[in-house]
Design a protein around this ligand. Structure first.
Ligand code: NAP
Length: 319
């Protein structure tokens, strides 16, 4: 049989992938982490993280990822920045084909491809994307200094980002389809107390309208069917996430109805030697701490699967 290049390949470099990488590097597995952009995933564009243990004063998403990356680097995690074209997870030798045609092989794989913002799928959304429609408050907030903007959604992301956007905008209107928020209570309290934030309850957006310069107004539908117009120059669509599964072989993996990968509590998928961790997993709570914890569990499962094989790496007496 063909020799595997790696004992473990981790696909994706967010908190789950970086933690799996840290554990694998410390476990002296011959490991590669493949990431298409910078490490960090969604956390990289998270303004502020206030619920990661050990950072009592909070920490920016950027700095948290910087620390996680440095931590894995300290133990020598090998990383490759490349776009994956396809994966074949069946058999003892898993193969990953990169966009440039290069083929990587490993005995075990941890899938940490994460998730991406969900879209409203309404008229005007794609037309004005990047011209008033945004999915990232940290990236685009400063463009809306002293302007009237809207946030759609009632979860943690929407409310945390609405608070962040008040640093720039004159007014932030949160549009939510129900009469109560899903966000954690401390965020709700902060938002209700913020004089720059208004709420439109039981309201959905029917259409985003504008001209060649960008968004001008939203056509809203209220509970009962009444319609109204809200004048804004920007709208942040923060209505949850969709699985980042485009590169995954969905015909091989067991997935849920929304396309997230199903695992057991050891992070094992239906395919021997293949694990999933972080937001790509089918689960209810998606927190950075969960992703990191699952990355650790997945790596320990991969180590267990590989068994007590002779270390592929030379003895290191420096640490
Ligand atoms: P989420 O918790 O799934 O909330 C999505 C929100 O968007 C819900 O309020 C939902 O309304 C609304 N929504 C969904 N589809 C919609 C549509 N088509 N039109 C209008 N509204 C729609 O998503 P999230 O806030 O992005 O958070 C994702 C995950 O990351 C969650 O697990 C969250 O806890 C986690 N997260 C945690 C933190 C933190 O701990 N600080 C920060 C950010 C994210 P309904 O309520 O009516 O369903």
């Amino acid at each position: 049989m063909q020799q595997a290049q790696y004992q473990l390949i981790i696909v994706g470099g967010g908190p789950a992938g970086l933690t799996a990488g840290l554990y694998a590097a410390r476990g002296r597995l011959k490991t590669l982490l493949v990431e298409k952009g910078a490490t960090g995933g969604q956390v990289l564009v998270t303004d502020w993280v206030d619920n990661y243990p050990g950072f009592a004063d909070g920490i920016s998403g950027f700095d948290l990822i910087d620390k996680m990356t440095a931590h894995a680097d300290r133990f020598g995690l090998e990383k490759k920045f490349a776009t994956i074209k396809s994966l074949n997870l069946i058999g003892d030798l898993k193969t990953i084909t990169l966009d440039n045609g290069e083929i990587l092989t490993a005995k075990t794989i941890i899938l940490c491809t994460g998730a991406k913002p969900r879209k409203l799928e309404i008229p005007g959304e794609s037309e004005f994307s990047g011209r008033g429609v945004s999915y990232c408050a940290t990236c685009d907030g400063p463009f809306y200094r002293n302007q009237e903007i809207a946030v759609v959604g009632g979860g943690n992301t929407a409310i945390q980002d609405a608070l962040h956007l008040t640093k720039f905008a004159a007014r932030v209107t949160v549009i939510h389809r129900r009469s109560e928020l899903r966000a954690t209570k401390i965020l709700q309290e902060k938002a209700f107390c913020n004089p720059k934030i208004d709420f439109l309850w039981n309201t959905q957006i029917k259409e985003i309208k504008g001209d060649k310069n960008g968004v001008e107004e939203l056509l809203l539908v209220h509970h009962g069917g009444d319609e109204s117009i809200l004048k804004v120059t920007g709208i942040f669509v923060l209505i949850g996430i969709a699985a980042n599964n485009a590169i995954l072989p969905l015909e091989q993996l067991r997935i849920d109805a929304a396309g997230f990968v199903i695992t057991d509590e050891e992070m094992a998928t239906n395919i021997p030697g293949v694990y999933a961790a972080g937001d790509i997993r089918s689960k209810r709570s998606r927190q950075i701490i969960n992703a990191a914890g699952e990355g650790a569990v997945a790596e320990l499962s991969a180590e267990h699967f590989l068994g007590n094989q002779a270390p592929d790496q030379p003895l290191n007496c420096s640490e």
